[in-house]
Design a binder for this molecule. Structure first.
Ligand code: SAH
Length: 343
């Protein structure tokens, strides 16, 4: 035990900043664009179609949390094959890790487009845009509240132990959340603020945002904080800065934050369904035909992204767009109300 208790989101923010600044996160976990090129290719084709619904001219292609730059590189490769696909395009990367910025610079050097880095989404230029974010929200800190009688207590961290303290404040998002005595409710104020800012940009500038992450379509109680250290599940409170800390994304709360800020939210869909509808298996067949010796690896990679018992159901895609734009491919209007939890 050491020091005063620290609120969980402050602990998690500090731990992850140290982790991303000093480590190669990809030694601990692997993401969809790193597993299969088809993920970025499908999103590249999707971006090309979505751009048609935006005003012509300068186009800002943005990504939040671009990691090694693999997704953006696959997207640009597809766009470079579409006639005029790269005309007027500037690439904008929201990335806080200086080390990863360097990796991204190298990954994108072969494309003839300007690449500009930003610390936050508010810095994006006021131009028609598409923003992609894969496994961006799950890294942002959460607070955990515990139902206690008619009120809430909050989980703090002291040393490597949990301590339950009176809630410092009760965020508005907590109002109306159902939880039995002793149950945990997670709120990610930074995620909701980031999406709220994106929602405000969407209300002013024509654009479309695609967020892909693991989480639930509806707000549910429960503790989803997890740590990966050295590629293995670890105690989230031990060795801060040496483990990747993540929490499930509450897509209902995220969509609500965007809508409150003036954007339109489509119903979130599972990653498996999104890739299916947009033709991932057709692309797989093409690639396997062109390189039969790689067919087994390509098939296994896409299966990992799409199979319900792997990343196909746990991962979800949420699309937000400016009012007045058509519903983008692979999405349907409205909320998740009619969909089963993992549907
Ligand atoms: N999208 C990539 C990487 C996911 S890892 C992929 O799919 O492979 C999370 C990414 O978000 C890393 O690039 C990390 O440096 C970045 N990141 C974490 N917190 C951030 C923040 N607050 N603002 C911007 N980027 C952040």
């Amino acid at each position: 035990m050491s020091g005063a208790p620290e609120r969980l989101d402050r602990f998690m923010g500090r731990a992850n900043a140290a982790y991303y600044a000093s480590r190669d996160p990809f030694s601990d976990f692997v993401t969809s664009p790193e597993i299969s090129q088809i993920f970025g290719e499908i999103l590249g084709a999707w971006v090309a179609v979505v751009r048609q619904s935006l005003p012509a001219g300068a186009f800002c292609l943005a990504e939040a949390g671009p990691g090694r730059g693999t997704l953006m590189s696959d997207v640009l490769r597809v766009l470079s094959r579409v006639p005029g696909g790269l005309s007027g395009v500037s690439v904008h990367l929201v990335e806080t890790s200086l080390r990863l910025r360097e990796v991204q610079k190298q990954a994108l050097a072969r494309f003839d487009v300007p690449v500009i880095w930003h610390d936050a989404v508010e810095e994006l230029p006021e131009q028609p845009f598409v923003l992609l974010g894969n496994e961006f929200l799950d890294a942002l800190p959460v607070r955990q509240f515990v139902r206690s009688g008619a009120g809430w207590r909050e989980r703090f961290v002291q040393g490597a132990d949990w301590v339950l303290c009176p809630a410092e404040d009760v965020p508005p998002e907590l109002a109306g959340r159902e939880a039995g005595e002793g149950e945990i409710v997670e709120i990610s104020p930074l995620s909701l603020a980031a999406v709220g800012r994106l929602g405000r940009v969407l209300s002013r500038v024509p654009g479309v945002v695609l967020l892909c992450d693991y989480g639930t379509s509806r707000s549910l109680p429960g503790d989803s904080l997890q740590a990966l250290r050295g590629g293995r599940p670890a105690d989230p409170l031990e060795h801060p800065g040496e483990a990747d800390l993540t929490a499930h994304v509450d897509f209902q709360a995220v969509a609500q934050a965007a809508v409150s800020a003036g954007a339109v939210a489509c119903a979130s869909v599972t990653q498996g369904r999104f890739l299916e509808v947009l033709g991932a298996r057709v692309r797989l067949a093409q690639l396997c035909q062109a390189a039969p010796e790689e067919a087994a690896g390509l098939t296994a990679g896409l299966d990992r992204l799409m199979a319900p018992d792997r990343m196909g159901h746990l991962f979800r895609v949420l699309v937000l767009h400016s009012p007045g734009l058509p519903v983008p491919p692979g999405c349907s209007a409205g909320t998740d109300a009619g969909e089963s939890e993992w549907g």
